[in-house]
Write a protein that binds this ligand. Structure first.
Ligand SMILES: *Cc1c(COP(=O)(O)O)cnc(C)c1O
Ligand code: SF4
Length: 397
């Protein structure tokens, strides 16, 4: 499919080309030079060690995901599960930790490296079921990756059927995060188990659960092939919803027109725009990153030009350690220009939709680059008293 998506006459500037083929500039210049030198000398050991150094310099697990999000049963860490927000558990099925293509901006890139200490992967579904039985507050399971839809239907059934059959107390929604609609829409059309996959979707829906396909699209062109349109139609026939998400990426979609086109097309095809993300502080952030203020302007310019059916989109937001932090504006308050922010998801639900303010900074790429406005020493969620209160509450819950 990638071949069809790229405009080969002008490939060196083509967004779909840049999304799939690494460019020199995606490495920092000193990394590129060092690696180039080792490659020229064909020094295998040095290449390996430089690559490893580069990987570890790129913040492989942003937002504290291995430190704070991995749940435990009786003190044992549950590998391949993350539980950050009360309602939703993320599951990384082991066989789904690969993709149809590897995006150059991927924030899950450590899943595809050789270092087992960086990888997440769940192979035994019983562990998940046991965890969920003790956590009735969980309404949503999000299967993610990599891409869970690289797994054959039989393998998916092994994961999903026990979940819907075991009558978990709070479970309402099954979500599957995927990029298969872009890279391999034939998954729903011509694969030897396409019909079974659609049948599995129908079974989930008939069991009374809401099934949401969380589809990742970065550019309107990904929605133009006949295959993707047919695949979307077939998924929708099963009763599943398709919600869409994308980061706002330099060199790929840093233009409000692109977002207007993308959201228009998505709504037209029956998909629901869901998230616009800020590029995370991992991987080639220096290449793809867009300052928060500029990202907000792109968002606002696009949002203003679409109907309410596309304004379901949430963002632009940073998946940061305390929560999903959304930029809501750049107002001037009593003569001081600031960036206003709020959390649409938070580790502590009490933090949700509480406005807060940072000093205006046109270059800031991430929450760590921001400083609290109005002379404060810390943002409210960094307040040691509040933090303490929160952890005590969790302990006694
Ligand atoms: C975004 C996210 C979710 C889902 O949040 P929703 O607001 O329900 O879409 C769950 N867990 C993690 C770690 C997330 O980053
Ligand atoms: S499809 Fe998603 S997980 Fe896979 S490489 Fe692309 S961004 Fe990463």
């Amino acid at each position: 499919m990638v071949e069809k998506l790229i405009d080969w006459r002008n490939y060196h500037e083509d967004p779909l080309f840049l999304l799939n083929f690494p460019q020199k500039e995606m490495l920092l210049p000193h990394h590129f030079d060092e690696l180039g030198d080792a490659v020229r000398k064909d020094d295998r050991e040095r290449i390996k060690s430089i690559v490893r150094d580069i990987h570890f310099s790129m913040n492989p697990h942003p937002a504290g995901q291995l430190k704070y999000n991995v749940p435990t049963i009786d003190g044992v860490k549950l590998k391949g599960i993350q539980h950050k927000y009360h309602e939703t558990v993320l599951v990384f099925p082991k066989r789904g930790q690969t993709c149809h293509a590897y995006c150059t901006f991927c924030f899950r890139w450590p899943q595809f490296t050789g270092y087992s200490e960086l990888k997440m992967g769940l192979s035994d579904i019983k562990v998940l079921l046991e965890y969920l039985k003790c956590h009735p507050e969980v309404t949503d399971i999000l299967f993610t990756g990599g891409d869970p839809l690289v797994i054959k239907t039989k393998g998916l059934e092994e994961f999903i059927l026990p979940v819907i059959e075991s009558e978990l107390p709070g479970l309402q929604n099954i979500r599957i995060g995927t990029r298969v609609l872009t890279y391999w829409p034939n998954r729903f059309l011509t694969d030897d188990d396409s019909a079974e996959l659609l049948h599995l979707f129908r079974r989930i829906v008939r069991s009374g659960k809401h099934l949401a396909i969380m589809a990742h699209f970065n550019h309107p062109r990904e929605l133009e092939t006949e295959e993707v349109q047919e695949a979307i139609a077939r998924i929708r026939e099963t009763g599943a919803e398709i919600r869409t998400q994308s980061p706002v990426l330099r060199n790929i979609n840093d233009d409000p027109d692109i977002w207007v086109q993308m959201w228009h097309r998505q709504v037209e095809l029956g998909c629901i725009p869901y998230y616009m993300f800020i590029v995370r502080d991992t991987g080639a952030q220096h290449y793809f990153g867009i300052p928060l203020v500029e990202a907000f302007e792109i968002f606002r310019d696009a949002y203003r030009r679409v109907s309410g059916l596309a304004r379901t989109v949430r963002g632009p937001s940073m998946s940061a350690t305390p929560g999903k932090v959304m930029i809501t504006g750049t107002p001037e308050i009593y003569g001081e220009k600031v960036i206003s922010l709020t959390m649409i998801q938070a580790r502590n639900p009490e933090w949700v939709l509480r406005p807060f303010f940072a000093n205006y900074d046109e270059d800031a790429l991430w929450i760590d680059d921001l400083s609290p406005a109005f002379g404060k020493d810390y943002f409210f969620f960094e307040d040691p008293d509040i933090e303490f209160e929160y952890f005590i509450k969790r302990l006694i819950r």
